[in-house]
Design a protein around this ligand. Structure first.
Ligand SMILES: Cc1cc2nc3c(=O)[nH]c(=O)nc-3n(C[C@H](O)[C@H](O)[C@H](O)COP(=O)(O)OP(=O)(O)OC[C@H]3O[C@@H](n4cnc5c(N)ncnc54)[C@H](O)[C@@H]3O)c2cc1C
Length: 420
């Protein structure tokens, strides 16, 4: 078979080979469809590569909390804050910010949280089925995540959020005061305020997940076309009959657009304006320190996360709105280092093996878009997974498969519709 004909008549063409595209492909093959994945770069080398690896059903509340606007205004132009907006003229960014600000109220926050909770619960059980069921070598660890507070006051104040999550969603954390935390985690600096443990959360190594998914998908006959950018569709009426690429057309019966933060570049072709902004985050990876934390942790006041994996140790986070800027900003990396030194006895920062950035696909309400594109009968969008794309990948793949194969969706897709 020539390489052209291999891609000629795919049943479903998935555009974008991040964790979302890979999981869409997986659940479509579960439903008996044959799939080709196309990526403008290499499979799994976008935002799904060096993230923190949390599969976290505790992350129910979106960023659109009632106090978020004033917090953002205070910190947005400071290079020293975890949230940073690079000053520049960008109507798309300012329109995005305006829409985001309008959602920062209790009612919108809870509406998004209700949907996120349902998605996250389903996603976690699908992950367990996939990873444990198939014995995937991804350093899966179902041990929970600590939300750590530097100040005792902030630790106590979190009790209010814990009460909300536990009463409304049944997701409760176990409190550890400063002394209990020091006993449970000797790798932490002494004198911290305390922590809340979410036992429901899990972690994995994201690049290993992508390798394992590639193996599973290849075993199912999925074809991969890398270094190939899709730049539009050729239509007959409301049917897309081929995806256009510089390497020639790729034909399919259905198409899934899983292009993460790049999705707005296809807006014109999809028939609607999908308001996604790249929210750049960074990670640094090194060998595990001798004195390594037992569990993953988020240092809440500094918005920095650490992941002790079996094969390495990762520190990640920060949120930078700087457009599609590919540079690594040393000031942002410095923030990660400073936070690590503040909380960890042995951050191991002299042994860094990799520094990485990724563009989170940020939406204005914290929810992804999982829906048919308005311009077509057979083009579907699965994009905009914000800070939770790894956590939500399985449920997204299952939902896309349900919708394309016209099975009753296992999750209500209405809140994820396009446009909204
Ligand atoms: C520092 C950091 C830490 C994070 N930690 C976590 C975490 O712990 N847990 C969690 O759940 N989430 C986390 N996230 C978020 C998560 O990484 C993202 O939400 C997720 O990776 C998005 O996946 P995706 O498949 O949509 O995008 P990507 O992985 O970016 O994939 C999109 C793919 O589409 C391809 N593409 C784009 N346009 C085209 C085109 N026109 N034609 C062909 N191909 C195209 C790109 O090359 C890319 O490979 C983190 C993010 C960052 C930055």
């Amino acid at each position: 078979m020539s390489s052209e004909s291999q891609f000629d008549e795919a049943d479903v063409v998935v555009i974008g080979g991040g964790v979302i595209g890979a999981m869409c492909a997986w659940y479509l093959t579960e439903a008996g469809r044959t799939v080709t994945i196309i990526d403008r770069g290499r499979l799994g080398r976008g935002c799904s590569h060096g993230n923190c690896g949390y599969v976290s059903p505790s992350h129910i509340l979106p960023l659109t909390t009632p106090g978020a606007v004033s917090m953002a205004l205070r910190s947005m132009f400071s290079n020293k804050s975890p949230f940073y907006v690079k000053p520049r003229w960008s109507p798309a960014l300012w329109s995005w910010m305006w829409r985001f600000a309008r959602r920062c109220n209790q009612q919108s926050m809870l509406a998004a949280a209700d949907t996120l909770h349902e998605l996250l619960q389903s996603a976690k059980s699908l992950y367990r089925e996939l990873i444990v069921g198939r014995g995937l070598n991804v350093e899966w660890d179902d041990n929970g995540i600590f939300f750590v507070f530097h100040s005792p006051n902030k630790f106590e104040q979190y009790a209010k959020t814990n009460a909300l999550l536990s009463e409304r969603y049944g997701v409760a954390a176990i409190p550890f005061d400063g002394r209990q935390l020091a006993a449970a985690e000797p790798a932490l600096q002494p004198g911290l305020g305390g922590a809340w443990l979410y036992e429901c959360d899990a972690q994995l190594r994201p690049d290993k997940l992508m390798c394992e998914m590639r193996r599973l998908l290849a075993d199912r006959g999925v074809a991969f076309k890398e270094n190939c950018e899709v730049n539009g569709f050729v239509a007959e009426g409301r049917q897309a009959i081929q995806a256009s690429t510089a390497d020639g057309p790729i034909r399919g019966r259905d198409y899934v657009v899983a292009t993460g933060a790049w999705t707005p570049f296809l807006n014109r072709h999809l028939g609607c304006r999908i308001p996604i902004q790249p929210g750049k985050g960074y990670s640094i990876t090194m060998p595990r320190p001798e004195l390594c934390p037992n569990r993953s942790m988020i240092f809440e006041e500094h918005r920095v996360a650490i992941t002790p994996l079996r094969s390495c140790f990762r520190i990640g986070s920060t949120m930078e709105f700087a457009g599609y800027d590919t540079s690594i900003n040393p000031k942002r990396l410095e923030l990660l280092r400073e936070a690590a030194c503040l909380y960890l006895r042995e951050p191991n920062l002299d042994a860094v093996e990799d520094t990485w950035y990724g563009w989170r696909p940020m939406t204005t309400d914290g929810l992804p878009y999982i829906d048919r594109a308005p311009a077509f009968e057979n083009v579907w969008v699965a994009a905009g997974h914000n800070m939770l794309g790894l956590s939500l990948a399985t449920v997204t793949g299952q939902l896309i498969s349900d919708l394309i194969t016209r099975r009753p969706p296992h999750i209500n897709p209405h809140p994820l519709r396009l446009p909204r």
